[in-house]
Design a protein around this ligand. Sequence first.
Ligand code: AMO
Length: 469
Amino acid sequence: MRDSSSWHPTAYRTHTIGQVVSNGEELEGKEVTVAGYAETVRGRGAICFLMLRDGTGQIQAFLKRDNMDESLFESVQSATRETTIQVTGKVAKKRPPKVAEGEPIPPPEFEVNVVSGAILAMAAAPLPVGVTDEVNVGLDVRLDNRHLDVRRAHVNAMFQLRSKVLQYGREHLISEGFQEINSPKIIAAAAEGGTNLFPMKYFETDAYLSQSPQLYKQLAVLGGLERVFEIGPAFRAEKHDTYRHLNEFVSFDIEGAWMDDDDVMGVQERMIHHIWSCVSSNDQALIDVVNEYRASQGKEPVTVEVPSMPFPRIPYCDAIEIVKQGGGDIEWGDDIESHHCDIIAAKHPGFHFIPRWPMSMKPFYIHHKEEEKGSSGGQLSRGFDLNYGRDEMTSGGAREHRVEILEENLRGMGLDPADFTFYTDGFRYGAPPHAGWGLGVARLLMVLTGAGNVREVVLFPRDRSRVTP
Ligand code: AMO
């Protein structure tokens, strides 16, 4: 439940339920108006107990037929689960529970003795997804009814954690001098290869949905903004159907001038360290809600262990050797796939960087690693990934800032520099060496919350078969 101590009254309530619950002593005898969802309605005849929940807590509302408007009393008595109701009445102490002799007396609880109110919207029954009771429906049904699914305590807690992760990440980057930018999402040229673009009609011309803020965050740095970050949507027309791919995802990107790959790996590990430290000191209550649900499903609890720094750096060539020694089938120049990652993760559990990928495997904007060749003699790059377990969290690297080489790289990858002049022109008038990374927010949330699927931590996911709700 959310801390609402600083929330102001609104048109529909004088107090949040959380405020009444935590300030009962102070509010006792005073009239309040609260509003929320009906969890249960008990009692027939002359009295009725309504359990009301909002995003900040739960409280019992006590209704007496002869104390209030008869028709309101009857409507509440017959209210279906999740109906929204507003009630006004005095705060009173609940009758204390019977306690065996010698047992400690629990602190008093409070209720609202209702004198007036209103049914705001009656809920249809039955609910397609139970909110407070056991839900035996699959992820698809839950996502079809996400508006109800998010009312469930642990799902709500996951989205609160998501908001915290973004808040702490932002906070950390600002403390390191990064400023937030917003780049266009309607673009004319591919940053991450042309095959996975969503085309769109833009008046009389063709355009695409942005796959990454890559080229624009670089242009912002070239323009003198020096250190920038962006948290925004990225669109990929990939025909994946996996637990970790979506066609729209939120990418957390940075770019910094006068920095190389090692520098931005440092920024990344400090940011993750800050996020984990803050969650572990401030948000254990949310993790407890997630764990309560996990326990009900027979799953291990998640623990927020602040990772120690520096995170291990396992250069690509060494990673390949680890996979080979672990019995994996891989050659220099191959991608490191999930089943290879399992072998590496057995040796390096937790976050670890894989720097110095072969140049041939990295996009045109990545800087090659001067003078350095891999074990096969192939050119290495200043590109890196950050992995956790079997999943890639981040890609990043130092960027090529010399326009002649950038154009050469474009041609080498079968792209026409003429399509990229809006980008390459930014390098013609003095370009600082720079570096950056892009982190998949949902993938990081999977690590923090133990979710087994990115869809769990994305409010309204978009995948191959889902464009609604
Ligand atoms: P990349 O394409 O590796 O790099 O993406 C960066 C990170 O974004 C996440 N990600 C995804 N998450 C969910 N669904 C997807 N389909 C998906 N694709 C990617 C991953 C990945 O590590 N421009 C570079 C970043 C940079 O160099 O700054 C880029 O976009 O967590």
